[in-house]
Design a protein around this ligand. Structure first.
Ligand SMILES: Cc1cc2nc3c(=O)[nH]c(=O)nc-3n(C[C@H](O)[C@H](O)[C@H](O)COP(=O)(O)O)c2cc1C
Ligand SMILES: O=C(O)C(=O)c1ccccc1
Length: 357
């Protein structure tokens, strides 16, 4: 069966991936309330189309931190792409480039960061968790700078990885051929060991992530890199204002795809609040639950500069490597162009609150 939309890729992943890998990929934290809320929120938003507008050409392109993108899309940072396909990040980086989308590499990527850069044809950003080992963190930042990464994305919603019942039940651990190759063997030592009631990934995060960092620590990182700094995991107007006051260059409204604090609102439901608090000072990106081009249009109408997509890209990768991942991203771009045409809004600049019901 030829996949026609993202849901087909989700179904294929469910039917074919090993149970523990699928649970890690698709799962969320706690009762998975936030995980479900993310997709449900987009489905609740209604559109208000205008007619008899010239939509002969619809332009989905946007500019983001000095890069121009053919589509307002990026691949969200996700650990270990090699879990679902042997080509791993090399395939998803190529896919993003071919689709005109941004690629955000995870600090837990299973491919060397310079090798990812070597196959990239579009912008690359590097995501970080703040490690207790600051020299190791800085060394990684230096390598990302030298390889041509254009921004650092600090994930701030995970002082430690949350309890995820699917991973606890399955006893999920990484297979030996999948490793976070950009971190030293010492840093990753014992990262595959689970403990009683604690998954391997959660246990490792408690050892290696620094849960004590505060807004005051951001200056330390900013002073040691020339790259723009993006904060990922902002959900409130208060923190959005603090981000703007701390000379952050962009933020990502994210609840980590429902994988961290269960019970927080869907990102589509807090986006307007955060955008209002930022008041145009920085670009606001959003992720979580984006599954169609109409979802992308809704996010942009709520004020997002671009949207990051997580699980759908890995479903595409699992289905057919780079071709599948690229198809997922081009589907979203084509669906966005169609939604723009049918809404009578031929440019991304015209996507504002007036298109929402
Ligand atoms: C398998 C998987 C691994 C992830 N790994 C990371 C990570 O290493 N760093 C990070 O900041 N976010 C990580 N995330 C969260 C994503 O960046 C993103 O916030 C989330 O997947 C967006 O929701 P969506 O999957 O519904 O699109 C991961 C998500 C998944 C599904
Ligand atoms: O699984 C995740 O969501 C995630 O962010 C993560 C954190 C540490 C190691 C691997 C993935």
């Amino acid at each position: 069966m030829n996949p026609l939309h993202v849901g087909d890729y989700a179904d294929h992943a469910k039917a074919t991936l090993a149970g523990d890998v699928l649970g890690y990929l698709d799962g969320g934290s706690g009762a998975e309330w936030t995980l479900r809320a993310n997709t449900a929120a987009y489905q609740r938003i209604r559109l208000r189309p205008r007619v008899l507008v010239d939509v002969g050409t619809c332009d989905t392109s946007v500019d983001l931190l000095g890069s121009s993108l053919a589509a307002p899309l990026g691949v969200a940072p996700m650990a270990y792409h090699r879990l679902v396909h042997e080509d791993g990040e090399l395939a998803t980086v190529k896919a993003a480039g071919a689709a005109g989308a941004l690629f955000v590499a995870s600090i837990f990527a299973s491919t060397d960061l310079a090798e990812m850069a070597a196959v990239a044809t579009g912008p690359l950003w590097m995501q970080l968790y703040w490690l207790r080992d600051r020299p190791a963190l800085l060394e990684l930042v230096g390598r990302a700078e030298r390889a041509g990464y254009r921004a650092l994305v600090l994930t701030v919603d995970a002082p430690r990885v949350a309890r995820r019942h699917r991973d606890l039940r399955s006893g999920f651990t990484l297979p030996p051929h999948v490793r976070a190759v950009n971190l030293s063997r010492e840093l990753m030592a014992e990262s595959h060991l689970a403990a009683a009631g604690v998954s391997a990934i959660e246990r490792h995060s408690r050892e290696r992530f620094d849960p004590t960092i505060t807004w005051a620590d951001l200056a330390w990182l900013r002073d040691r890199t020339r790259l723009p700094l993006v904060l990922k995991g902002i959900l409130t107007a208060e923190d959005a204002r603090l981000a703007a006051e701390h000379e952050v260059d962009a933020i990502v409204v994210s609840n980590h795809g429902g994988r961290q604090l269960d019970g927080v609102a869907a990102t589509a439901d807090v986006l307007a609040e955060v955008v209002a608090a930022i008041a145009g000072r920085l670009p606001v990106l959003v992720d979580g639950g984006v599954r169609t081009g109409a979802d992308v249009l809704k996010a942009l109408a709520l004020g997002a500069a671009a949207v990051l997509v997580g699980r759908p890209v890995l479903w595409g990768l699992a289905h057919s490597g780079a071709a599948g991942a690229e198809h997922v991203l081009t589907l979203l771009r084509e669906e966005l162009a169609e939604a723009m045409a049918l809404c009578g809004r031929p440019t991304t600049a015209q996507l504002d609150r007036s298109v929402l019901g």
